[in-house]
Design a binder for this molecule. Sequence first.
Ligand SMILES: NC(=O)c1ccc[n+]([C@@H]2O[C@H](COP(=O)([O-])OP(=O)(O)OC[C@H]3O[C@@H](n4cnc5c(N)ncnc54)[C@H](OP(=O)(O)O)[C@@H]3O)[C@@H](O)[C@H]2O)c1
Length: 336
Amino acid sequence: MRVYRFHAFGLEQLRLEECPSPEPAPGQVVLDVKAVSLNYRDLLVIKGLYNPKLKLPATPLSDGAGIISAVGPDVTRVRVGDRVMSHFVAGWIDGPFKQEYLGTTLGTPGAGLAAEQVALPAEAVVPIPEGYDFAQAATLPIAGLTAWSALKTVGDVQPGQTVLTLGTGGVSIFTLQLAKALGAHVIITSRSDDKLDRARRLGADHTINYATTPDWEQAVLELTGGLGVDLTVETAGPGTLDRSLKATRAGGTIALLGALTGRQGLVTSGLILMKRLRIVGIMVDCRAAFEALTRFLVAHRIRPVIDRRFGFDQLPEALRYMEAGQHFGKLVVSVA
Ligand SMILES: NC(=O)c1ccc[n+]([C@@H]2O[C@H](COP(=O)([O-])OP(=O)(O)OC[C@H]3O[C@@H](n4cnc5c(N)ncnc54)[C@H](OP(=O)(O)O)[C@@H]3O)[C@@H](O)[C@H]2O)c1
């Protein structure tokens, strides 16, 4: 079978190699991968920015969907022939997050999905939602579940509340779709008017071009009667956090999840305490939340937005396309 590996950091180091098919160890299943989706994290992993001490060679990508082709001798949870998706924080099944779960994430340090076959923990797969094809299912493990985590687990968004989300990448477009289905008003930003048009067609109530309106937090305040939004889904990180603090209402919540502008920066802490803001870090979510998300998607007939599909040979090209930030929603690579 074919598998992508990098033996040194850098996108140009990614190689498609031949290796023997995996055998399922006790507690594992083998997934015949049919489609994978890209996340911004994959770029960071391959460039050595996510974990510079990562043991190499490594196989990237965490989000995929396919068919179980073999199960370990003791596995009863799933069967050969089941159509499933990978669960990113493989060790986090339910309950509160624990530090040790970080060591179980797929696409390093756990198994990478950029392969025709992969051995995964039997506990780290979730059935594909009814009516979804493999490409659609592959978009859910990180981007879909992170948006769900921000809106439900952390934000507890109620009908009539207002949600702000930054940019039109994978997480943000899922946030828009899910928030609308939850009955919320949505404000979304982008550097592109074309992308904002598309966001309006998906139901966004208000759009702001952050390139032409650099003080976009003021625009958010004007749109919310000077109060600010109930929940901000912070996909960009330290470079935008201060503006997000200003754009969020007193007592409101910021779901802090992104690192598009880096991982360190200055923050006006006075804003946090004077407005009694709640800032919650997000690390995707547990399997129970993933299962709840799939039920919600089916009930509300939500289909992921796939910007472009690539062939397996085109993975490096797909990663460069993501790096350029031209996409709207998700990028998918067909494996079979
Ligand atoms: N903590 C977690 O659990 C978790 C989970 C998933 C993702 N993340 C992080 O969340 C971020 C987004 O992930 P993703 O997979 O959705 O990325 P993505 O699909 O690559 O989306 C990137 C988009 O964000 C927008 N953007 C870039 N810089 C921006 C800025 N300074 N201000 C506002 N928007 C900006 C751009 O949209 P426009 O072209 O429309 O401007 C860009 O296309 C990444 O940092 C990722 O690592 C974290």
